[in-house]
Design a protein. Structure first.
Length: 337
């Protein structure tokens, strides 16, 4: 096969593959359901409640996307995934979007064939220990056995940081986080490492939550956000702008309860956001009420945060760097104009 023929075939393959990937919006609309990848159970982010309904910040983002695209936040099929399986499920088309406590990194962006969306939660890798172990800082874990989930950034960062600080440790690696939690609470490990927010959630399901603590020290930056497939800019843009819509709504004072009123009498920016001014929805291939539907379904970013991981949820986390940029945080929406 000549070089020119091979190049032509490769180009054709890439074009066909790109065209196939660029059909997510049409596929979701035709199916009538959003397939959304979530965790198997992180309190505050995506975990089934007593009725089997997924609740949490990530679960609400799934609902917000469904509301924006399909006009109905209930049209979501939640697909619980292990850390090992999550990216493969997206690559193969089993899911349309991944919202699963997934850290954004250079290698994931450059090598998985996936697109990293905007950060919807800024976190850091922490450590949980028993209070009676009298451990208050990382250096005191020298020689410890540490539970960690397989296929995560935590596994890699744990080794990097401990080696850099000349600390000895014995990793105990688990494919499933629920198995990891059971092992830690049964005393198999001296410590457990994960995103600090996930650790706080894990302790809420312990038999005796007061017997454990999360160390204040963190060892990494863990920017969490959605993943979509490369080659489908329209779909990636929809997922991106749903996030920005929730953040912009909070800044404008648009809430789940007042969105209809703000659409009629709010500021010009609020009216553009909510679809009563301009033609913003059509630019994404959506109805003009896409953002209004998402906000009416789950509320603005502040409402989503407080209900799931803030004072109204199980984790009781402060907003901190997840606050709006106008209040010293990092949450900042690209302007709607």
């Amino acid at each position: 096969m000549t070089r020119h023929i091979w190049f032509g075939l490769l180009t054709a393959f890439l074009l066909v593959g790109g065209a196939a990937q660029a059909q997510t919006l049409a596929t979701v609309k035709q199916r009538g359901t959003l397939n959304c990848g979530v965790s198997q159970g992180f309190a505050g982010f995506s975990a089934p409640d007593s009725r089997g309904e997924f609740r949490g910040l990530d679960a609400d983002y799934c609902r917000a996307v469904a509301a924006a695209v399909l006009g109905d936040a209930t049209k979501v099929r939640f697909v619980p995934l292990t850390a090992q399986a999550r990216f493969t499920a997206l690559q193969t088309g089993e899911i349309d979007v991944l919202f699963r406590n997934s850290t954004q990194t250079f290698l994931r962006d450059a090598s998985l064939g996936l697109n990293q969306g905007p950060v919807n939660f800024y976190d850091g890798q922490g450590f949980a220990v028993r209070r009676d172990a009298n451990v208050s800082k990382l250096a005191e874990l020298d020689g410890a056995t540490i539970c960690v989930a397989q296929g995560t950034t935590h596994e890699l960062t744990l080794g990097d940081v401990f080696r850099a600080r000349n600390l000895r440790f014995q990793p105990v690696v688990f494919e499933r986080v629920d198995t990891m939690y059971e092992a830690f609470f049964s005393g198999r490990c001296d410590a457990m490492t994960q995103d600090a927010s996930a650790l706080a959630g894990a302790l809420t399901v312990a038999r005796d939550p007061a017997a454990y603590r999360v160390l204040e020290e963190t060892i990494s930056k863990e920017p969490l956000g959605p993943f979509t497939r490369n080659g489908d800019d329209q779909w990636s843009n929809i997922v991106m702008w749903v996030h920005y819509a929730l953040v912009e709504a909070e800044e404008l004072g648009v809430t789940q309860g007042n969105a209809a009123e703000q659409a009629r009498s709010g500021s010009p920016t609020a009216q553009r956001l909510l679809g009563t001014s301009g033609e913003f929805g059509s630019r994404l291939g959506l109805d003009n009420a896409w953002a209004a539907n998402a906000i009416r379904a789950v509320g603005n970013y502040g409402e989503v945060f407080e209900r799931n991981v803030g004072q109204g949820g199980p984790l009781k986390l402060a907003r901190g760097i997840n606050g709006l940029w106008t209040k010293g945080g990092l949450m900042y929406a690209i302007p709607f104009r």
